[in-house]
Design a protein around this ligand. Structure first.
Ligand code: GSH
Length: 211
């Protein structure tokens, strides 16, 4: 059994999507970020960087294993199941490349844009401009990739798509206003969003946690 510590945010939805794709049983422990539960001592033992998502795999080899960072969790689950990540060769490294691109670029830049454009009490035009520009650039990078291949890693759906989906959806919904111009004419991204979003496991994962 896997315990999933998560919340209703784009990073929080990646792991439930993967667990739903695998059809593995898991128990959800909501970590309410609005109540600062990510700083609770028991949660910090599992996720010392005070961020969701995190898992504990109670059936890991050698005993219970706690993992934080969504990219590490997705890679672990892919390797444990042998699914959604090729075991070797270019397909594996292309999927890892785009997984890391999401973790290191798309997620942090859109996260900062969300903070400065939507949540901060003070308006900071330079920060909004900087993160809008980076968001636009990254959506351009993604559009060019998805014009060449069906999925981010290549022709197969992989953990790179699972990681990118909740953030790309956020770009077209929560962040639609600052990114409206960047989203115009992004037909390859729209096609991919539809294809990934039509998957029943993605729809189920996006509804976790139910609070
Ligand atoms: N690189 C991390 C990012 C995780 C992250 O930023 N999580 C946010 C929610 S989307 C969080 O837990 N924030 C709480 C905090 O910063 O205190 C990952 O991919 O897992």
């Amino acid at each position: 059994m896997i315990t999933l510590h998560t919340w209703t945010t784009p990073n929080g939805r990646k792991v439930p999507i993967m667990l739903e794709e695998l059809g593995w049983p898991y128990e959800v422990r909501p970590v309410d970020l609005s109540r600062n539960e990510q700083h609770a001592p028991d949660f910090l033992k599992i996720s010392p960087n005070n961020k969701i998502p995190a898992i504990v795999d109670h059936d890991a080899e050698g005993g219970p294993l706690a993992i934080f960072e969504s990219g590490a969790i997705l890679t672990y689950l892919a390797e444990k199941s042998g699914r959604f990540l090729a075991s070797s060769g270019p397909e594996r490294y292309k999927a890892l490349e785009w997984l890391h691109w999401q973790i290191g670029s798309l997620g942090p830049m859109l996260g900062q844009l969300g903070y400065f454009a939507k949540r901060a009490e003070e308006t900071t035009p330079a920060a909004i401009a900087r993160f809008t520009e980076e968001g636009e650039r990254l959506l351009g990078v993604m559009e060019r990739r998805l014009k060449e291949t069906a999925y981010l890693g290549g022709e197969a759906y992989s953990i790179a798509d699972i990681a990118a989906y909740p953030w790309t959806l956020a770009a077209t919904t929560f962040l639609q206003e600052p990114l409206a111009q960047a989203l115009q004419g992004k037909d390859a991204i729209r096609r991919w969003l539809q294809m990934v979003g039509d998957r029943p496991a993605v729809q189920r994962g996006m509804a976790v946690p139910q609070v």
